[in-house]
Design a protein around this ligand. Structure first.
Ligand code: ATP
Ligand code: MG
Length: 204
């Protein structure tokens, strides 16, 4: 089984996350892609202008509904909150040794990769798939990828994808200011945000 993993805060999930998962699924011939929302540590829960853990889960569930090779995973939503990626991947490997794991990230996450906990253990447990973001040019991204490959003996590849100018941060701002997020998120997620008044949304 070849399993892709899209980790993130998904606050809210948007079409960038969905297109990334679908593109990786196709290019790397994955059997499934797990959408794995990160747990928030207790002090970061119930923050003003942000969705709760439950709401983030609901939005992921709504967004991936209908795609037979997308699944929700709550492995990183433990009661204490935060879970380190290397621990999650090692746990998955232990429970399912024959499963091949592909961790899908954007170029901004790769830039921070050295600061993640135990990057060498992450690289030992999975193949990294990196997508373009913030208009980084392919040569620069390839150089960063090569750096991580050498530093951590990583199996790491660039996803052949378009730059997608969209972030959860911007969408939270859109909602707060009353600007429509239609088509940036699935309709069901847009409706959910409106109904629950998430991100300071005032229903129009
Ligand atoms: P925020 O603005 O709150 O940081 P985000 O849009 O970056 O949200 P995250 O949940 O932080 O979304 O991202 C999860 C993963 O998806 C990260 O690896 C990130 O790099 C990647 N990602 C998110 N949006 C895009 C995008 N538009 N293009 C490429 N990668 C993306
Ligand atoms: Mg982000």
């Amino acid at each position: 089984m070849r399993t892709g993993i899209m980790g993130g805060t998904f606050d809210p999930i948007h079409i960038g996350h969905l297109i990334l998962g679908e593109t990786a699924w196709q290019q790397f011939e994955l059997d499934r892609v797990l959408y794995m929302p990160a747990g928030n540590p207790p002090h970061k829960r119930d923050r003003e202008g942000r969705a709760s853990n439950e709401e983030r889960l609901d939005m992921v569930r709504l967004a991936i509904e209908g795609n037979p090779h997308f699944e929700l995973s709550t492995l990183e939503m433990n009661p204490e909150g935060y879970t380190y990626t290397y621990r999650t991947l090692e746990r998955m490997k232990k429970e399912s040794p024959d499963e091949e794991l592909f961790f899908i990230i954007g170029a901004d996450s790769l830039r921070d990769f050295d600061t993640w906990m135990m990057p060498e253990r992450i690289c030992a447990a999975c193949t990294l798939i990196v997508a373009c973001r913030n208009h980084i040019d392919k040569t620069t991204l390839d150089r960063m990828i090569e750096g991580v490959r050498v530093r951590y003996h990583a199996s790491i590849y660039r996803l052949d994808s378009e730059n997608l100018d969209i972030s959860s941060h911007d969408l939270r701002e859109f909602v707060r200011k009353g600007r429509s997020v239609r088509y940036y998120v699935p309709d069901s997620v847009e409706t959910y945000i409106k109904e629950r008044h998430i991100y300071g949304c005032c229903e129009q």
